[in-house]
Ligand binder design. Structure first.
Ligand SMILES: *[C@@H]1O[C@H](CO)[C@@H](O)[C@H](O)[C@H]1NC(C)=O
Ligand SMILES: *[C@@H]1O[C@H](CO)[C@@H](O)[C@H](O)[C@H]1NC(C)=O
Ligand SMILES: *[C@@H]1O[C@H](CO)[C@@H](O)[C@H](O)[C@H]1NC(C)=O
Ligand SMILES: *[C@@H]1O[C@H](CO)[C@@H](O)[C@H](O)[C@H]1NC(C)=O
Length: 373
């Protein structure tokens, strides 16, 4: 499956190219827009949230709200199993939400397959996304820098421990398997390093597209990396600390442009593949409106900057605040590495040989691998 994290960056391109495929006159553009809007309105599924999608597929679903130690309110979705069902916990990628797991639909989506096999399935949502945009005292307004002052480090240090403790307490059993996708793996490694007492509640971890050492990222995203800090500085000066929430107006032209017909869906899909690794057969173009309805789902700018630091340095370490502030926070001028030798949970690593974002050629794969027996 395509790596949805990439879509964020082809957004504007996509909309414009979509429109440019016909002779662009004002009339034409209006017609295109209204076709696209009709398509969006007629495709009821694009307006459903995770719970509604699961229920529509014929499975029971409920939501649980969990409080983190630092006050964030997270929503976990669940397809409940029976009394003796082993617990599987699924955790989403960067700019994603729990919806990412079920978009592909009944008969194919992993949560449904797991539920069919008798597992108790839990789908986490990290702070800042559509379903976890809440805090006991801080407003999630994009201009509130305090709410958005987090990266994947806090997700691993606070969010996963809160969600996993909640689930193990409620079900009175350990998590049989944690399945992370991309940032859902990064954050698990952070937890396993910084909160080993919680990681012990997980029997086994499966990493899909493992993202720890991201220095070998290539493809279209690489072109944006040199500008990332400047873009972030501009956004922050405009009072924007949140990146690409689900209903962002910035996404409007993309959702419309990519929704006109199969042809524009293919163009948008192909652009996405240039960022991810080209594998035409693995992308169902007619799913694109659904994917774009749920991706991106919002995160903090700081989360993306933390990844950008890792891409530039090739290291898997804590957030770099600059020498002076690092000294105050870490008592060192450079941020400390995540000490992977502390990981004791057995981990299975699965990666796409054609994935440009989390490529096969990463030292992390061997490093983590060596630690597992
Ligand atoms: C664990 O569950 C019990 C009841 O089910 C609840 O009273 C208690 O507060 C929970 N503890 C935690 C840490 O969530
Ligand atoms: C692509 O997705 C559509 C819409 O969900 C579905 O009807 C169709 O069967 C899918 N095609 C393939 C080849 O999986
Ligand atoms: C990138 O890949 C090479 C192998 O081709 C490896 O030696 C190197 O450590 C990798 N860099 C990072 C940052 O993962
Ligand atoms: C800070 O680091 C120095 C040198 O590495 C060490 O001697 C000192 O004990 C550290 N201070 C604290 C508060 O950890």
């Amino acid at each position: 499956m395509m790596q949805p994290t990439a879509i964020a960056y082809f957004l504007s391109l996509c909309g414009f190219l979509g429109a440019a495929t016909v002779n662009v006159t004002f009339d034409n553009l209006q017609k295109l827009m209204s076709t696209a809007l009709n398509n969006i309105q007629n495709n009821v599924d694009v307006n459903l949230n995770t719970l509604e999608l699961i229920r529509k597929a014929g499975y029971p679903a409920d939501a649980h709200v969990v409080l983190t130690e630092d006050g964030y309110l997270l929503t976990i979705h669940r397809i409940p199993g029976g009394e003796n069902s082993p617990v599987v916990f699924l955790q989403h990628c960067l700019l994603c939400s729990s919806a990412i797991w079920v978009i592909i639909g009944k008969g194919k989506a992993l949560p449904y397959k797991l539920a069919d096999q008798g597992y108790d399935v839990w789908l986490g949502n990290f702070r800042g996304n559509t379903y976890s945009r809440a805090h006991i005292s801080l407003s999630p307004s994009p201009s509130n820098a305090k709410f958005w002052d987090f990266s994947f480090d806090e997700m691993g240090t606070y969010d996963l421990p809160a969600m996993i403790s909640y689930v193990t307490n409620l079900t009175s059993k350990p998590v049989h398997t944690y399945i992370g996708y991309s940032m859902g793996t990064t954050t698990f490694y952070v937890m396993a390093v910084k909160r080993p007492e919680v990681a012990k509640m997980v029997r086994m971890m499966i990493s899909l597209a493992p993202a720890a050492f991201v220095g070998n990222l290539s493809g279209g995203l690489r072109l944006i990396i040199p500008f990332a800090n400047s873009i972030a500085a501009i956004l922050r000066s405009l009072g924007k600390n949140e990146l690409l929430p689900k209903n962002s107006v910035l996404l409007y032209p993309v959702r419309v442009g990519c929704n006109v017909d199969l042809f524009t869906q293919q163009i948008c899909g192909i652009i996405a593949l240039l960022f991810d690794g080209f594998d035409d057969e693995q992308l169902n173009y007619t799913l694109l409106p659904m994917i774009l309805a749920h991706f991106p789902s919002g995160t903090s700018i700081k989360t993306v900057l933390h990844f950008v630091q890792g891409i530039k340095s090739g290291k898997f370490c804590e957030y770099d605040y600059g020498q002076e502030k690092n000294m105050q926070i870490y008592n060192a001028t450079i941020p400390p590495d995540y000490d992977l030798s502390r990981i004791t949970v057995p981990i299975a690593l699965m990666y796409g040989t054609n994935d440009l974002i989390t490529p096969e050629k990463i030292s992390a794969i061997e490093e983590i691998h060596d630690m597992q027996v």
